[in-house]
Design a protein around this ligand. Sequence first.
Ligand code: AP5
Ligand code: MG
Length: 214
Amino acid sequence: MKIIMLGAPGAGKGTQAEMIMEKYDLPHISTGDIFRANIKAGTELGVKAKAYIDKGQLVPDSLTIDLVMDRISQPDCNGGYILDGFPRTIPQAESLSAALRSRGDSLDYAINVHVPDEKIVTRMSGRRACPGCGHTYHVVYAAPHEEGICDKCGSALYLRDDDAPETVKKRLAVYHNQTQPLIEYYCGKKILRTVDGTKDLEEVFQDITNILGA
Ligand code: AP5
Ligand code: MG
């Protein structure tokens, strides 16, 4: 099964993708996580990506598309995958379609997690991320057992630099401008499924499993 996750920043794409990964045993590929790992490691890609991410802008397609095409051609992706945060532009979507088509393949589902803008800024200020295993928490909605510590790996949780309210507002504007057109694009391909991302995270996951099947 090949799935892409669509939705505004903070809609819950990463949270749901992680739950899908566990239930359906599919690799979870988050371009945001790949960029953050490169920033942490100080790679050339990380240095370039950071300049865009810190401003709330998209990393250029020229740095993003090949990275993902290479990742999905790895053997662990043979049985499918969940792409979280890619595609984010029409050229990214078309590159993905073309790569799949060349193998006689296609996407199965584009899951759009819908959350209105006014809920996003408060959600993001409460998000805490784990630098060790990448798991995401929320101080109110998905709190760790011990404040500030990852339940899964024990690392100290942190607030993402790009979750500052001003940067979140810029990311939302970029989302509406460059990424939202993908909703129409995948509707046209008849694989779009929209879920209400304002529900409790277990309920959102239930709605997604109803779509994907047991
Ligand atoms: P990326 O890391 O993908 O950020 P994003 O799309 O802005 O999305 P987020 O990770 O912020 O949110 P999410 O939807 O995953 O929400 P989450 O599950 O964490 O990208 C970062 C940057 O990298 C981009 O801005 C861009 O610069 C660059 N980039 C990445 N991919 C790119 C690409 N393809 N092309 C170009 N540039 C690219 O949830 C948010 C919070 O809400 C958490 O605290 C969570 O616990 C909580 N929460 C989740 N669900 C619920 C719920 N149902 N109820 C209550 N709380 C909830
Ligand atoms: Mg995410």
